[in-house]
Design a protein around this ligand. Structure first.
Ligand code: AMP
Ligand code: ZN
Length: 113
């Protein structure tokens, strides 16, 4: 989608530190990491928010979580980690292309702020 930051990153128009990609998902390092490991995992298909998901998106969303599990293993997060997706204003979403934060490498706090 035009003017979507993450679509431009997928297209290579904006540089990123790619961690993994396949035909459906793209994973790259967050530019402002909140932990030693902070990777964003996104569908290559543009979906603005979790609110916009349709039944046909179930497979890709499942694939994103399986990818998060695989990357966590590869990145040495055997002590645990957090996967977060923020939805819209009150959820703290700032980029309107669905993404999951894979965060780890330190003890997490709960509840979130
Ligand atoms: P959210 O606030 O949940 O929408 O997450 C958006 C995330 O995108 C934030 O953690 C930002 O640090 C990250 N971000 C913004 N611009 C870039 C970029 N050019 N490359 C990598 N990560 C980015
Ligand atoms: Zn997009």
């Amino acid at each position: 989608m035009q003017n979507c930051l993450f679509c431009k990153i997928i297209a290579g128009e904006i540089p990123s530190q790619v961690v993994y990609q396949d035909d459906r998902v793209f994973a790259f390092k967050d530019i402002a990491p909140v932990a030693p490991v902070h990777v964003l995992i996104i569908p290559k298909k543009h979906i603005s928010t979790l609110e916009d998901l349709n039944p046909e998106d179930a497979e890709i969303m499942g694939h994103i979580l399986v990818t998060a599990s695989k990357l966590a293993r590869e990145l040495g997060l055997e002590k645990g980690y957090r996967v977060v997706s923020n939805c819209k204003e009150e959820g703290g979403q700032t980029v309107y292309h669905v993404h999951f934060h894979l965060i780890g490498g330190r003890k997490m706090q709960w509840p979130p702020g």
